[in-house]
Write a protein that binds this ligand. Structure first.
Ligand SMILES: [Zn+2]
Length: 176
């Protein structure tokens, strides 16, 4: 199975589609897995999740299956080391979770899906875990912070999109 097939089958299964930028993040993330791992991951993700899984939920399924980076890359997953900074967005982690609320609006007699950004939090932390827990239906997007911490080679290598506040407003998406 290729990552394209994986994403297609996953979206078909839940009869829902990922937003373009979310699709891009997940595609990059999937590149670490070999074909047979993707087969197993698809089955596991569908079993674990009631709704179209967010990237952290796919990650949880992969971890549960014991799939680690080194299986595909033949080397250890480069560790993301960071030091606290005064960045108000990532606190030095360089990694952000952007949360979006999904809602439907009536347009020309039909319903359309819309997304509204609700929170930006450092990817890891008690507040972030708490927010995820309290807002299970919101979508979560991972990206690199716009501050220098987001330039960490490990994150660049992982292909994470970059969060740019101005760009986001102009393009309607993160990291475009
Ligand atoms: Zn930052």
């Amino acid at each position: 199975m290729t990552s394209e097939t994986f994403l297609q089958q996953l979206q078909d299964y839940y009869d829902r589609e990922y937003e373009a930028i979310q699709l891009e993040s997940i595609k990059h993330w999937l590149e670490r897995f070999a074909g047979p791992q993707l087969d197993a991951l698809l089955v596991r993700a569908e079993k674990l999740n009631k709704y179209l899984p967010k990237i952290f939920e796919l990650n949880a399924a992969a971890e549960e299956l014991g799939f680690a980076w080194e299986q595909k890359l033949g080397r250890a997953h480069p560790e993301h080391v960071w030091t606290p900074t005064d960045c108000r967005l990532c606190h030095g982690q360089g990694r952000l979770s952007i949360f979006k609320e999904v809602f439907k609006v009536q347009v020309d007699g039909g319903l359309q899906m819309r997304r509204r950004q609700t929170r930006i939090l450092p990817l890891e932390g008690v507040d972030t875990m708490d927010y995820r827990y309290k807002h299970p239906t919101e979508e979560e997007y991972w990206c690199r912070c716009s501050c220098p911490a987001g330039d960490t080679p490990v994150l660049v290598t992982l292909g994470w999109p970059r969060y740019m506040r101005a760009t986001e407003q102009a393009a309607g998406g993160v990291g475009k």
